[in-house]
Design a protein around this ligand. Structure first.
Ligand SMILES: O=C(O)c1cc(=O)[nH]c(=O)n1[C@@H]1O[C@H](COP(=O)(O)O)[C@@H](O)[C@H]1O
Length: 273
């Protein structure tokens, strides 16, 4: 999917919500465990109920890999279900990959070609030749970790290297890489106060912003400093939406939580003009 198509969907739905499909079998309703594929059954119910409120879904691959071959099959069924039934939806494989070029090429093929996701999250630590294989795919995005939502972000990302914080060097340097127009960046919602400076370096690129909901980040603050004229934001919430109820009404409870965020987004979009 192109960035223009994503922006068009955002404007049509008046939403820039991304729902995280981080499925933990201990947290889903017990009755679903009798299904042949409980993870897919859960995802299908969440997607069918919320697709009009969200523009993107982000399965975090850890939650699938943890269940071995069965989990990978659930991931494959989920992405195929989205691509076949809701082709307008933007899909993110949250896999946080990155390795020597020869290996990154295979990671990129796995997520962007074989599974058919629109984008994949990638760690920048191994540098240019570890990221460029992901960037070479047309109409696909590579979502580079810039300033993450967790406390450990302060261990390395904010350290000063040559008088500049490391995450800013990631932003500056990645702009020089081949096909850098295919880059998006992760900035945690818990780090909203950094967004003004981040936008000085990357005024246009889309940001994937996790950390509202369960991690306590503020949607308003993120939008105040991070929004661009093409919106430029995908705000992710996982646990806050998909685990709103552990009962048979879990999908309807997810709708209520997703709608709360979508309505706040609609108000922000109207205010922004
Ligand atoms: O890349 C991510 O999506 C990500 C980056 C980051 O800095 N912080 C972060 O929480 N995430 C992911 O975003 C999701 C957040 O989930 P909730 O805290 O349940 O909304 C999880 O899948 C995390 O792995």
């Amino acid at each position: 999917m192109t960035t223009q198509q994503l922006t068009h969907q955002i404007k049509t739905k008046k939403s820039f919500l991304c729902i995280g499909l981080d499925v933990d079998l201990n947290k889903i309703p017990n009755y679903l465990l009798n299904e042949e594929d409980p993870i897919f059954a859960f995802n299908k119910a969440i997607i069918d109920a919320t697709h009009h409120l969200a523009v993107a879904y982000k399965p975090n691959t850890a939650f699938y890999e943890a269940y071995g071959l069965k989990g990978w099959k659930s991931l494959e069924k989920t992405i195929h279900y989205l691509n076949e039934n809701y082709p307008e939806i933007y899909t993110i494989a949250d896999a946080k990959r990155g390795d020597i070029g020869n290996t990154s090429k295979m990671y990129a093929k796995a997520f962007l070609e074989d599974l058919g996701f629109d984008s994949v999250t990638v760690a920048p630590y191994m540098g240019k030749d570890s990221v460029e294989p992901f960037l070479s795919f047309q109409d696909k995005h590579t979502i580079l970790l810039a300033l993450t939502s967790n406390q450990g972000a302060f261990d390395f990302q904010t350290l000063s290297v040559n008088n500049q914080e490391l995450y800013k060097q990631v932003l500056e340097t990645s702009k020089t890489w081949d096909n850098s127009e295919n880059l998006m960046y992760v900035v945690g919602a818990t780090k909203a106060e950094y967004l003004q400076e981040i936008r000085h370096i990357i005024p246009e690129n889309f940001l994937l912003v996790p950390g509202v909901g369960a991690q306590g980040g503020s949607l308003k603050e993120v939008c105040k400093y991070g929004m661009t004229k093409n919106i430029g934001l995908l705000i992710n919430s996982s646990r806050g939406i998909i685990y709103a109820s552990k009962e048979r009404d879990f999908a309807q409870a997810a709708v209520i939580k997703a709608k709360e965020l979508q309505q706040q987004m609609e108000a922000i979009l109207i205010h922004a003009g």
